[in-house]
Design a protein around this ligand. Sequence first.
Ligand SMILES: [Mg+2]
Length: 266
Amino acid sequence: MPMHYLFTPEGDAALVAILRGRPLIALDFDGTLADIVDRPSDARIAPELALRLATLTEHLPVAIVTGRSVDDVKGRLGFEPQMIVGNHGAEGGFDLREEAARRAELDPLRRLLIAHQMQLSGAGIDIEDKGLSMALHYRLAPDADKALTLISDLLERLDYPVRTFAGKMVVNIVPLLAPDKGAAVHDLVAACTASGALFAGDDVNDEPVFESAPDHWLTIRVGQDHPESRAQYYINQPQEMQRLFDRMLSVLITPPASGTASPAKP
Ligand SMILES: [Mg+2]
């Protein structure tokens, strides 16, 4: 089913409907709340957006569900969400021992990348070790195709199974059985006994949420660059998140119109 633009009467009705329950608000970070920038270390949430997010946390549980590590994203938010899940769903769960074991699963990959560090940086590839996942960024590579070939050649030499998936100018590598964002958001909904989730994301690693969302959730893809996305709705760019939060806050502070008159106060 093709995505529909969120800011339409139908989209608004769906937004009002989910907010009348008590949903979890789960949000990706890069490309969703913060613009994609050349240097990932520059990404931040704009203050006017952070202000609205802070107000949202007073009404509903808010979770950041990001490909970054939890520690990395914390200082970029400008507000305090109730929950943060990092490393594409693999970090911030409820089983810390399992997380430590999964971290060690990437050691063979770490050794391989360190051994080929010169070659990788020569091709403009930046290695990022996020503990429970690794990212090979090629945004600054002079030849992206060459960079991708080098990455896939290297990964073929790895004799330990891992899961890899593409992102925006990045190849991500996670432990084979680490939870993805879909599993993570379902866990969060259960943990805060929410009625469902409103989830927004912009990238490949957000698709497991869109794909696994029950019909009564509200899923939003930021950008129309992936027409086959399984999200229900789209908005055009991170700047439209502000309009979304303004609408959400106005719904949350307006009491629902009811067919039955409430008893008059004496
Ligand atoms: Mg993203």
